[in-house]
Design a protein around this ligand. Structure first.
Ligand code: HCA
Ligand code: CU
Length: 410
């Protein structure tokens, strides 16, 4: 019998680097940077770009208009509060494809933010949605509730059922504070899908490290839209990172993400990291410097024979390469042999064994670099052995000390 696979078929990425990402503390994108990000994301192939509300500032308005006029393949959305004024401003934008409306329905927000009760929220939502549908019926409309996981379910379902009657495109649930677990997300999406005709979108923050797993759970439960940002930038420690979601989906089935231009991911991560003044984390999904680095001799041996032994993601699909770290005490014969071959050296099995033992012993004494190992391999290839090499290293160290510094000693 065929194994039953979780069903994720059609899904779309709503890329929010230019909205949620702008709320990251380090972000203050210039118009040029926004265009660069939008074009790169478009080339990557995300289906939607969500941009900051035109109400935020005059430049936000101009930039939204500018990006909506670029004629990108990605559909352009903007994100507004649930009121007529915001909706009216958004509808002035030519080339816009949709409006994402958000409102908080949890008690704290009702009490400390807008102050409306549930019937008032429903009334307001219906008014704003009707306004948009009347003025710009071609626009996609999404209605979402902030902090959905700390809102009472009865309230949530009441609000969603009412707005769903307006025949909107999507309803969104947002884990605004990053408190939800994958099980809760799965459960809520399932329950919501039974109550609405609209497609479901998930937006998840990463405060407790569940953003990717939560987005994945949402998709498994039948959500079709997931919000991401490049490197996950957003409020506090951000939301589901684009690369992390891609990694997660690739791990389920590479065909799910081959609709995207995967080789662009590195460039995207680098670009946004630079614009917001951070480094790509060393352990980042796919693009982190150590993401495809193998160290232990046993791993290296298996990887050299068959990469899938210790890799669920093929780096070459992302235009990246794996790296086998050999300059340490865990190193092994196979990895050292592989490196010697890479360097075009012809060492006998005996020599490989000797040099491997030597690398291990040296690594116990001090940290080694790949350069050190390469030098050793070359010297071994030339017929050197440890004692003669010691002398040689000493010599080369000497010659590296600048003359002026040496003359000082006299
Ligand atoms: C916020 C709003 C939001 C909105 C999410 C959405 C959130 O910045 O507080 O529109 O679905 O996380 O609730 O980003
Ligand atoms: Cu958010």
């Amino acid at each position: 019998m065929e194994e039953e696979r979780p069903a994720i078929r059609e899904f779309y990425i709503i890329e929010s680097t230019l909205r949620e990402g702008e709320q990251f503390v380090g972000a203050s994108f210039t118009t040029g940077q926004k265009i660069d990000i939008a074009c790169a994301l478009d080339e990557f192939g995300v289906e939607y770009l969500e941009l900051t509300s035109p109400v935020v500032s005059p430049r936000s308005y101009r930039d939204l208009q500018m990006i909506a006029s670029l004629g990108l393949r990605a559909r352009i959305l903007t994100h507004i509060r649930c009121n007529r004024e915001d909706a009216a401003r958004a509808m002035e934008i030519e080339g816009l494809h949709g409006i994402d409306i958000v409102i908080g329905i949890g008690l704290p927000l009702r009490r400390f933010s807008h102050g409306w009760d549930i019937p008032q929220i429903i009334e307001k939502a219906i008014e704003v949605i009707a306004f948009i549908k009347e003025q710009r019926p071609e626009l996609e409309v999404r209605f979402s509730t902030e902090d959905s996981f700390r809102s009472a379910r009865a309230d949530l379902f009441q609000v969603y059922s009412e707005v769903d009657k307006m025949d909107i495109h999507r309803v969104g649930i947002a884990d605004t504070v990053g408190v939800a677990t994958p099980f809760e997300v799965y459960d809520l999406v399932r329950a919501l899908k039974q109550r609405v005709r609209a497609a479901v979108e998930f937006h998840g923050h990463n405060d407790s490290g569940c953003a990717i797993a939560n987005s994945y759970a949402a998709l498994l439960a039948g959500a079709q839209y997931v919000d991401t940002s490049v490197l996950g930038i957003g409020e506090r420690n951000g939301i589901t990172p684009l690369g992390g979601l891609i990694a997660r989906l690739y791990a389920l089935d590479p065909n799910l993400v081959r609709k995207y231009n995967l080789k662009m991911l590195k460039k995207l991560d680098e670009m946004v990291a630079q614009f917001v003044g951070v480094d790509i984390p060393f352990n980042n999904y796919i693009t982190g410097i150590t993401a495809f680095t193998h160290k232990a001799g046993i791993h290296a041996k298996a990887i050299l024979n068959e990469p899938s032994t210790y890799e669920i993601i093929d780096p070459t699909e992302f235009g990246l390469s794996r790296y086998i770290s050999i300059a340490h005490r865990f190193t092994g014969w196979n990895a050292v042999k592989w490196r010697a071959e890479q360097l075009g050296l012809h060492l006998t099995p005996e020599q490989i064994r000797e040099v491997t033992a030597h690398i291990k012993a040296l690594a116990d004494e001090k940290p080694l670099t790949l350069d050190d190992v390469d030098t050793l391999l070359r010297e071994w290839g030339d017929g050197f052995h440890p004692e003669r090499m010691k002398a040689k290293r000493y010599e080369s160290l000497e010659t590296r000390v600048p003359h002026a510094a040496r003359s000082h000693d006299h």
